[in-house]
Ligand binder design. Sequence first.
Ligand code: KG4
Ligand code: ZN
Length: 377
Amino acid sequence: MTYQETARRKAEALRGATGVKILALETSCDETAAAVIEDGRKILSNVVFSQIDLHELYGGVVPEIASRAHMEACDRVVDQALREAGLELAEIDALAVTKGPGLVGALLTGVNCMKGLAFAAGKPLVGVNHIEGHVSANFLSHPDLEPPFLCLVVSGGHSHLVEVREYGEYRLLGQTMDDAAGEAFDKAARVLGLPYPGGPRIDALAEEGNPEAFQLPKPKTEGRFDYSFSGLKTAFINLVHGIEQRGEPLPRADLAACFRRAVCTELTEKARAVISDHRSVVRKGSDLRSQISGHDDGDREIRFAMAGGVSANRELRRMAAKMCETLGAKLYMPEIHLCTDNGAMIGSAAYYRLMRGELAELSLNAEPALRLVNGDQ
Ligand code: KG4
Ligand code: ZN
C-alpha cells in the first residue's frame, strides 16, 4: 500500500472517533513551535522556542537566520512536545504543519520535517494556513465557541475582518489597504528606539503614558470595513522627528500611548461597524413567523472573536470588551500566550481539516503568499 493510501485509511478511521491526537509544528516566522492537541480543543503540550534573541540585533527577522535556527530546533521542539504530552510518536493519530503564509525558507524547514515524519511513521498529514491557525486559537481558549462568528485577525502581516461561517470557511468583510496593524506597531517602536518586536514593548510603555498628549490623524479608507495604517505611521514618524529636531527629550510613554490609542480606536471602530451591520442583516433575514412567536433570530447573540499577535494588546482587549458590552455582543479572545505564534493553534485548525478528510500529499510545498480567503491580500 502506498503512503497516501495508508494515510487516507487511517484518517477515515478517525472520523467520529474521540481522543484524536495531533502533533503540530509551526515554523512560518521566528518561532519554532510544536504542540500535541486532542480533539482540536485540548492542549496536551505546547512548546514554543522563540528566536527573538537571534534577530534582535538586526531590528527584525532575518530570513536566512530564521531558516537555519528552525532546522536546528525542529527535532528538539517536536521531541519536547511529545515528552510533555507523555506520548510516543506511535500514539499520535495525525501530524500537522503550517504550509503558509510566511517566510519561504522558514516554512520549508517545517514542511519537510513533518513530511519526513509522516512518511516514516505512515501517518496522515495536514497542511495548515497560519492565519486559520490564529483564528483557531479561540477554539482552545473557549470550548463553547463554534462557527458562525465574526473575527478580527490582527498579526504582523494581516489585519482582516472576516466572518467564520463554518470550520475552515471564511468570508472577507474588510482588510488593510497598506500596512498590517502589527507592522505599524513594529515600525512605530523602531522610531522610539525600542527593540524588536516592537508591539509588546509599545504596549507595555503605553501603560504609563497619556494617550491624549498628542493628536494623530484619523485614517481614511474607501471601504467601510477596511483599514489603513500607513498614514498614521508616517504622521507618527514626523511627530517624533519634529520633537527630536527641536532638541527636546522624547516623551516615549506618551508617544507610545497615543499611537496605541490611535491604532486600537481604528481597529475597534471598524469592528463595531461590522458587528452592527451584521446584526441588522440577521434581523432583516429573520422570518415573520419567528418574530411573532417571539423566537426572533434577530435577537441572536452576535459572537465576535479576535486573533493574532496584536490581539494580545492590552488596550485593544479593553476597548473590545467595552465595545462588545455596549453592542450586546459576546467577545472571545485567545489567552495571551495563544495570541502570538504557537503550535497549538495549528493543531486545532488541523483537526477540523482532518475530520473533513483534507490531507496533504507528499508533494506538499511551502506557500509563502497563501491567503485565508480569495481576494484578501
Ligand atoms: O501573530 P504573530 O505572532 O505573527 C504573525 O503571524 O505575524 O504577530 C506578531 C505581531 C508583531 O508585529 C508584534 O509586534 C505584534 O504582533 N504584537 C503586538 C503585541 N504582541 C505582539 N502588538 C501590539 N501589542 C501587543 N501586546
Ligand atoms: Zn502569526
